[in-house]
Write a protein that binds this ligand. Structure first.
Ligand code: C2E
Ligand code: CA
Ligand code: CA
Ligand code: CA
Length: 279
């Protein structure tokens, strides 16, 4: 039994060592990824109740030369821990704003907005506001077409700095969406204090809205909350017609999900009106 235990321990050690080495490798690859131009920005459409594509969410992809596409769920946390999120986030903002400037040149796309995910680490950098203003200035993107998606964690233990920065950006025309709403350490108090424009209903609630009474109650409540605070509301993870129909009937008028489109490279994006999901 003793030797079996020792073997188990040795096995465990080896597995841990491999994981540590793997992680260190991924980290050093991530450091090179910007320079090697391995990041791609994918876009997923957001549609209104008439099926009109009103905007897109920009979703980051890492095309690793050996591993293939690495999920942002895997490398964003790594980037945050290694202070790489700011340069990566700046690249995302720059790329999205260049896209906005291109879209502004054609009537089919000029009205589209781009929602960009902003990590709390990135938002907390002192230079964040100036950086965005600089990007807007040199790309010529219309700030009214730029939306920043932030999460509840940004507002934890945060004084007036976050609010002041949001207000500075908002005075330029940029708007704010609260992503993954309801999944974090929610305090409804900040909803009153913060200059938000939109609540985004998390896909974990949308997924089971048709058969889980708890999820149904949560989604109804978020919609009602948005309405009474005069915020827009958008549902993510809308995969079926039935989900979309339910959301429409309960007062949610904007949708994002595989029903309409997966996140795709810009060339594959369909900006024409989507077959109406509402009857
Ligand atoms: P998120 O912001 O909540 O993005 C939504 C995720 O749901 C995306 O995963 C999207 O591809 C996926 N999704 C969209 N529609 C559906 C659907 O109908 N069904 C299902 N099951 N999933 C759907 P993705 O692209 O893997 O991104 C994961 C997360 O990585 C994002 O979650 C976001 O938190 C983060 N992320 C992505 N891009 C960026 C970025 O540029 N900056 C930062 N800071 N984070 C990013
Ligand atoms: Ca998001
Ligand atoms: Ca989300
Ligand atoms: Ca559930």
């Amino acid at each position: 039994a003793k030797s079996a235990g020792r073997n188990a321990l040795r096995f465990f050690d080896t597995a841990m060592q491999t994981a540590v080495v793997e992680r260190a490798r991924l980290e050093s690859d991530l450091r090179q990824a910007l320079e090697n131009q391995e990041f791609r920005l994918y876009y997923q459409s957001q549609v209104n109740a008439q099926g009109v594509v009103v905007g897109v969410e920009a979703l980051l992809r890492w095309e690793h030369p050996v591993r293939g596409m690495v999920s942002p769920a895997e490398f964003i946390p790594l980037a945050e821990e290694n202070n790489l999120i700011s340069p990566i986030g700046a690249w995302v903002l720059e790329t999205a704003c260049r896209q906005l400037a291109l879209w502004a040149r054609s009537s089919a796309t000029e009205g589209l907005s781009i929602a960009v995910n902003v990590s709390p680490h990135q938002f907390r950098q002192a230079c964040f506001v100036d950086e965005i203003l600089d990007i807007l200035a040199h790309t010529g993107a219309n700030p009214r077409r730029l939306k920043l998606e932030v999460t509840e964690s940004l507002f934890m233990a945060e004084g007036d700095t976050v609010r002041a920065r949001m207000e500075a950006l908002r005075s330029e025309g940029i708007c704010f969406s609260l992503d993954d709403f309801g999944t974090g350490y929610s305090s409804l108090a900040y909803l009153k204090r913060l200059p938000l424009d939109q609540l985004k209903i998390d896909q974990s609630f949308v997924r089971d809205v048709l058969d889980d009474p708890i999820d149904e109650a949560i989604v109804r409540t978020v919609i009602a909350l948005a309405q009474s605070l005069e915020l827009e509301v958008i549902a993510e993870g809308v995969e079926t017609q039935a989900h979309c129909q339910w959301l429409y009937e309960h007062g949610c008028m904007a949708y994002q999900g595989y029903l309409f489109s997966r996140p795709v490279p810009v060339g594959a994006l369909v900006v024409e009106r989507q077959a109406a999901c509402m009857r």
